[in-house]
Write a protein that binds this ligand. Structure first.
Ligand code: PMP
Ligand code: GLU
Length: 401
């Protein structure tokens, strides 16, 4: 019999996204009428602001429905250039900006045009799930620097230096971080910048949670530490988190023109432009009134404070107070290696499954982020749901531990 052809080897290197997977599972359970509290999804529960929606509707009705330039409409690039000047004190030219179908798409394009077999890419664990898979897809080798709660889940310049080799091409930074919420200080970033310049490395700086900061500090970009590092940095950002626009799919990158051009060439032959009228709405989001962003931030801060206090008070659980983003990375090590009615809670995946079945609460196992002693709670859900979900987890732990 003729053998059925197999999938390309490349596809066997990657696994499904655990963050998107948990959301799909919650939706499935809800469709069956099971009332689940979802702490999985990394997306704001707020609605997109009315003025942003209005712009999309108006553009759609005015017939702005055709292909645009692959790398984005000039108005949106101009709005992004102005945003970098206004918020980050960084000067970019429109030719140094590319708009993609979400920040994830910008990241993918960047990693694909920069990395290949023979290269190494340094990233800290816990890491956001998609970085690792994208690095593997590019053929490069991920080099993971493990961080710990003791160091606030941050790498040190010494640790970074110890991992740099001739093959090191790229460092990926994500501050504020998903999943830990930790942020690098200006001094730390300056030290990383010096190493990147000295060792001839590039840096991807994922700044998607830039506006969701609760600690008394401002997010700083590594690109702020001089021209030499700016030329080596690819900044990734987007409208998903800041403007509650996850489903609209607009992200962007700012980098040297040759890098941006290579990303645009790749995009030319894969997706072409991001949705035309959504780009118009993104102009309104980025250039229009920003007061809704501050309202969301204050609400997230309230939820963070509550969630941190509750998690710390639950038996055998602990966490640090995240400085930004909207996740609590909770230490569950003391809940593992336990047998409950014949079921062995051996790892974060088993614990998450146990909670889903027993408490009808969904969290993302830490294993997907590179640390099995943790689970990630998103507080991008209503205060009432946070309370109910944590009540349920607390009750289950009190019953079985
Ligand atoms: N980077 C990080 C750290 C994220 O958490 C996410 C999750 N959405 C993204 C990038 C991708 O964002 P987008 O929805 O714009 O693709
Ligand atoms: N980034 C979000 C998260 O970590 C959304 C899901 C995804 O894109 O992976 O949950």
């Amino acid at each position: 019999m003729k053998q059925i052809m197999n999938l390309a080897k490349r596809t066997t290197l990657i696994s499904p996204s655990p963050t998107l997977g948990i959301t799909a599972k919650v939706n499935q359970l809800r469709a069956q009428g099971i009332e689940v509290i979802g702490f999985g999804a990394g997306e704001p529960d707020f609605d997109t602001s009315a003025h942003i929606k209005e712009e999309a509707i108006n553009s759609l009705q005015a017939g702005f429905t055709k292909y645009t330039a692959t790398s984005g409409i000039p108005e949106l690039k101009a709005a992004i250039v102005a945003k970098f000047k206004r918020d980050n004190g960084l000067d970019f030219q429109p030719a140094e900006i590319i708009v993609s179908c979400g920040a994830k798409h910008s990241l993918y394009n960047a990693i694909m045009v920069l990395c290949e077999k023979g290269n190494e890419v340094i990233l800290a664990s816990p890491y956001w799930v998609s970085y690792l898979e994208m690095i593997k897809l590019s053929g490069a080798r991920p080099v993971i620097i493990k961080t710990s709660e003791k160091n606030n889940f941050k790498i040190t310049p010494e640790q970074l230096l110890s991992k740099v080799k001739d093959q090191t091409k790229l460092l990926i930074l994500n501050s504020p971080s998903n999943p830990t919420g930790m942020m690098y200080t200006a001094q730390e970033l300056e030290a990383f910048a010096k190493i990147a310049v000295d060792k001839n490395m590039l840096v991807i700086s994922d700044e998607i949670y830039e506006k969701l900061v609760y600690a008394d500090k401002k997010q700083v970009s590594i690109a702020n530490f001089g021209l030499a590092i700016k030329e080596r940095t690819i900044i990734i950002n987007g409208v998903s988190k800041t403007y509650a626009m996850t489903g609209w799919r607009i992200g962007y990158a700012a980098a040297r023109q040759d890098i941006v051009q290579a990303m645009a060439n790749l995009q030319d032959h894969s997706t072409s432009n991001p949705v035309s009228f959504v780009q118009k709405a993104a102009v309104t989001a980025i250039s229009g009134p920003q007061d809704e962003v501050e309202k969301m931030r204050l609400e997230f801060k309230k939820r963070r404070d509550y969630m941190v206090a509750r998690v710390k008070a639950i038996k055998k659980m602990s966490c640090l107070a995240p400085e930004g983003a909207f996740y609590v990375f909770a230490n569950i090590a003391k809940l593992l290696r336990k047998n409950i009615n014949g079921l062995e809670i051996k790892d974060s995946q088993a614990l998450a499954e146990f909670w889903l079945n027993e408490a009808k609460v969904a969290v993302v196992p830490g294993s997907g982020f590179g640390n099995d002693n943790y689970v990630r709670f998103s507080y991008a859900t209503s205060f009432e749901k946070i309370k109910t979900g944590l009540d349920r987890i607390e009750a289950v732990i009190n019953e079985y531990y």
